[in-house]
Design a protein around this ligand. Structure first.
Ligand code: ATP
Ligand code: MG
Length: 308
């Protein structure tokens, strides 16, 4: 069953001087018990997409279907509620240090009134153990926990309402590799034992391949390649994905089409390929053709040279 379906999502931020086209129309979906990795360079729009889905900011256009209902309407909070939770990069910022670990985890259920007080304490204690935190920490101040322990606490807090989807926005990037591995293990257990779905935002392709079923590669507000993780990472088709996988920094080609440069200067590229300036295969076709996804070898690729 499709739990989350995002269609044609766009978002523009208006600064004093100019506009930032943060999302230029992205589509993806996540089934129950599935993990989608969202990867791409800094500033390509990953957090904007996550924040719109988690109804922290509003989209310009597009639709989000979650658990069988559209959540773009004014009733979005009611539609999503406890079923969708988000875990952020810096967990310490999202906790009030004056509360204990147990109280902090219990707070995840505050607005929903789904448990009696006794049930809530029991559930919070179970989850603290589930994420691998020591029982002796229950009454310890949350401010005294390490970064990795705090991230586990924020996962426990997200889990207290038994969500169907958890968004991890760079939630493992500040942690050392052993804690990262423990968190990936928690995610795997949640997928397998409880059918929880994940949107996993990261810069780390190795982590993506170890936990994600599918991957969406973003570049400049668009998804440029989307498919099964092993297909895309083992045999990338879009030039940007190839560059990402090989970790070779792109060289900024001299653009020889003046109209293209003029459009880039205004940060407005409604038609042509955004990766044009870096792409070794680029020609006039890339700039002049209307962009659309090509279906090739089991994935979607936003590149008119994908099957050359
Ligand atoms: N509130 C805002 N006001 C103006 N511009 C914004 C705002 N939020 C995001 N942006 C811009 O939108 C674009 C997408 O930002 P976003 O935070 O979604 O990128 P990201 O892919 O999450 O990057 P990172 O990997 O660094 O977290 C960037 O150019 C960013 O500067
Ligand atoms: Mg971000």
């Amino acid at each position: 069953m499709c739990l989350l379906k995002v269609t044609g999502l766009t978002k523009t931020f208006k600064n004093k001087k100019d506009r930032v086209y943060a999302l230029k129309g992205i589509d993806f979906s996540i089934k129950q018990g599935e993990c989608l990795g969202l990867v791409g360079e800094s500033g390509c729009g990953k957090s904007t997409a996550a924040e719109i889905i988690a109804r922290l900011i509003k989209e310009d256009s597009g639709t989000i279907e979650f658990n069988g209902a559209y959540i773009t309407s004014e009733k979005r909070l009611k539609c999503v509620g406890r079923d969708l939770q988000m875990v952020f990069q810096n967990p310490k910022d999202s906790f009030d240090p004056k509360y204990s670990l147990l109280e902090s985890v219990m707070m995840g259920a505050d607005s929903y009134r789904i448990y009696s007080k006794i049930e809530l304490i029991k559930r919070a204690k179970e989850l603290i153990k589930y994420v691998g935190l020591k029982e002796s920490y229950m009454y310890k101040g949350i401010g005294g926990l390490s970064g990795g322990e705090c991230q586990k606490a924020s996962i426990a807090r997200a889990l207290i309402c038994s969500p169907k989807l958890i968004i991890f926005d760079e939630a493992t990037s500040a942690l050392d590799v052993s804690v990262q591995a423990q968190i990936i293990d928690i995610m795997r257990r949640l997928k397998e034992e409880k059918g929880v779905s994940f949107l996993f935002i990261t810069h780390d392709l190795a982590l993506t391949s170890s936990i994600c079923d599918n991957i969406a590669v973003m570049y400049s507000g668009r998804i440029v390649e989307y498919g099964k993780c092993r297909d895309v990472l083992c045999n990338p088709k879009h030039p940007y994905t190839k560059q990402l996988v090989s970790s070779v920094l792109p060289v900024n080609r001299r653009c020889d089409i003046p109209e293209f440069n003029a459009l880039r200067d205004t940060q407005y590229a409604p038609k042509g390929c955004d990766y044009y300036a870096f792409c070794p295969n680029a020609d006039e076709k890339c700039f002049k053709n209307v962009l659309h996804m090509f279906q090739i070898e089991g994935r979607s690729v936003l590149c008119c040279h994908a099957d050359d």
